[in-house]
Design a protein around this ligand. Structure first.
Ligand code: DAH
Length: 335
């Protein structure tokens, strides 16, 4: 502004400043833009200061007119800025509240509940069916000794039957049990006949892993000792159990050999056009009972060892035993 500035020019300038400021303040959309605008208008080097600075050229009677007008405008603008700032802050708050609102009517996407493993449920289904027939559950240790795992089951040292079950040996004559049959012996040491037990558990063999073998697997042992039990009771029990578990799958008994049963059989079910062995069984060898001090003239019994993985695989159509051990959620979530 030059030296020739007049009162009229200054008041016009203030009018323009006011009009433009009102528009600009409304147009400022956030705190930052508003603050910039405030400094450009009301700051030390802002437009209002400039107008006041050029008042020196006015007469002493004109000066207070412009000064008053400028002061009023300054207060007005300050008020305008304050209001605008409040409204910007309110809008931001409303926006963030709207964003954080929880819509309780949206359907849930599901919650990752844990599932029971199919081997556990299969074991429980087997046990439940036998419990329905009056059997009770017994358990034994996974670390066994030679006596319970072999000798007491009529498998003396050097007996070729030991080769049927390649064993993990531990120190101090201990071993990982190769089957659940030792629970038969442990139970008969404690219980008096008549006895009806089922014994679920893990067993161990030095088998290479493939689609049908695992060095750790699960069995359920079945044992019934009573007066007058014969092979028809074994067969009737096994058939009733298999029918409950599988429905009407074809079943066959195949003559076999186990040192602790005589006669012995293996039981197959027909699945996907092939016969699949699911258990070994037989009449408890009298020699086993006599060793335990049980009168084998009076008491007879039958026993069976069920392969839990086989039951599980047939039941659920699983073609590879390894799927049961790899903890792959995509597999496990199906159960
Ligand atoms: N213990 C046998 C095995 O693991 C299976 C078995 C066969 C168990 C006959 C029995 C039985 O109780 O009577 O190969």
């Amino acid at each position: 502004m030059g030296l020739t500035v007049s009162l009229k020019q200054l008041t016009d300038e203030l009018d323009q400043l006011e009009q433009k400021a009102v528009k600009d303040v409304q147009a400022a959309l956030n705190e930052e833009a508003l603050e910039k605008l405030r400094i450009s208008l009301l700051g030390k080097k802002g437009r209002l200061s400039k107008v006041l600075g050029s008042m020196a050229n006015l007469t002493s009677s004109e000066r207070p007119l412009v000064g008053q007008r400028a002061n009023v405008l300054k207060n007005q603008l300050q008020q305008l800025f304050d209001n605008r700032l409040r409204s910007i802050k309110n809008k931001a708050l409303e926006a963030s509240i709207a964003k954080e609102t929880i819509d309780v009517t949206i359907p849930p996407t599901g919650f990752p509940f844990g599932n029971r493993h199919p081997l556990i449920t299969t074991t429980e289904q087997i046990i439940d069916l036998f419990c329905g027939l009056g059997y009770e559950v017994k358990e034994g240790p996974e670390i066994e000794n030679d006596f319970y795992n072999f000798a007491a089951l009529n498998i003396p040292e050097e007996h070729p039957a030991r080769d049927m079950q390649d064993t993990f040996y531990l120190r101090n004559n201990l071993l990982l049990r190769t089957h659940t049959s030792p629970v038969q012996i442990r139970s008969l040491e404690q219980m008096k006949p008549p006895v009806r037990i089922v014994a679920p558990g893990r067993v161990y063999r030095r088998d290479a892993v493939d689609a049908t073998h695992s060095p750790v697997f699960n069995q359920v042992e079945v044992l019934a000792i009573d007066e007058g039990l014969d092979f028809s009771h074994l067969r009737g029990t096994v058939m009733a159990f298999l029918k409950s578990f599988f429905g009407d799958l074809p079943v066959r008994f195949r003559a076999s050999y186990f040192p602790f049963t005589e006669p012995s059989a293996e039981v197959d079910v027909q699945w996907k056009g092939r016969w699949l062995e699911v258990m070994g069984c037989g009449m408890v060898d009298p020699a086993v009972l006599e060793e335990l001090g049980i009168d084998s003239e009076r008491w007879t019994g039958f026993a069976a060892g069920l392969g839990v993985e086989r039951f599980c695989m047939v039941r659920h159509g699983i073609d590879d035993i390894r799927k049961l051990y790899t903890s792959d959620f995509r597999f496990l979530e199906q159960f």
